[in-house]
Design a protein around this ligand. Structure first.
Ligand code: MN
Length: 265
């Protein structure tokens, strides 16, 4: 079994290496990670400039390690298509320092990297812990190693990948593990402004809203002191959306044709 480990906190992040070290006990591990922090880069891929890969001395001995001047998604694509000669069986992204819950999965580089593995037909998981300086990375790493056994098996449907979030608690204080769905509406983007050498700047700042999390959502589970495991898939179709009136399409087409006749009139 060969596991590709990557992240969005960058090649120097503790979470990456605690994870790689734990997984090395049960599988062959290769680390291909961004050379710097790429949090909130989502699924971005680099198409307009060349990518450089540096094979570097591993932090964990005997783990083939590449530092990439690119995004987490670039790392997965490069690893699968070029850098790693052996067949990769699974992609694990993390351990991210900071939760990736609810709508945030759409901008998370940690989840974005797992998505790239999933889109290429591999079992994949993203794992995050709810603090930027957690002392409980070992719990998350152990959980990832346990999940490896399940991820490639029939217990987990092969049309999903997993988004795992841990509360920032010692193992003894964790209440349980919940299979959850994504919450929504838990962040709002605000803009702060100031001056830097007389030039105006803007900072985008994400703030938590005071919305109460619905039962069975990932936000709810972690707030209650549980580990959250959310199965995700890449189908953005919202089957629960109210039906869009059937005459919308004919009205749009009519509108387009009116423009066209004005242009040609
Ligand atoms: Mn991150």
């Amino acid at each position: 079994m060969m596991i590709l480990v990557t992240n969005d906190d960058g090649i120097l992040a503790d979470g990456l290496w605690v994870l790689a070290k734990e997984l090395k006990n049960i599988a062959q591990v290769v680390v291909v990670a961004p050379d710097r922090e790429q949090s909130a880069i989502g699924t971005a891929v680099t198409l307009r400039q060349p990518l450089r890969a540096h094979r570097i001395r591993p932090v964990v001995p005997e783990v083939d390690t590449y530092s990439i001047e690119g995004t987490p998604s670039d790392c997965v694509i490069l690893a699968l298509n070029k850098l790693v000669k052996n067949k990769i069986d699974m992609v694990i992204s993390g351990i991210n320092q900071g939760a990736n819950l609810g709508d945030d999965v759409l901008i998370s580089g940690t989840v974005g990297a797992a998505l790239q593995g999933y889109l290429r037909g591999l079992p994949a998981l993203a794992i995050s812990i709810e603090a930027v300086d957690s002392h409980h990375l070992d719990t998350a790493a152990r959980l990832a190693a346990l999940l490896v056994k399940w991820l490639g098996s029939s217990a987990v449907p092969n049309n999903v990948f997993l988004n795992v979030n841990l509360p920032n608690l010692p193992l003894a204080d964790i209440r349980g593990i919940k299979i959850t769905r994504l919450a929504s509406g838990f962040h709002t983007d605000t803009v702060e402004e100031g001056n830097d050498r007389k030039r105006q700047y803007y900072w985008l700042v994400r703030r938590k809203t005071d919305k109460v999390a619905d039962n069975q959502t990932d936000v709810w589970a972690v707030e209650q002191g549980n580990i959250s495991i959310t199965p995700l898939h890449a189908n953005l179709l919202n089957r629960l959306a109210p039906a869009i009136p059937g005459n919308l399409c004919s009205e749009l087409l009519q509108g387009l044709r009116e423009y066209h006749s004005l242009d040609n009139g």
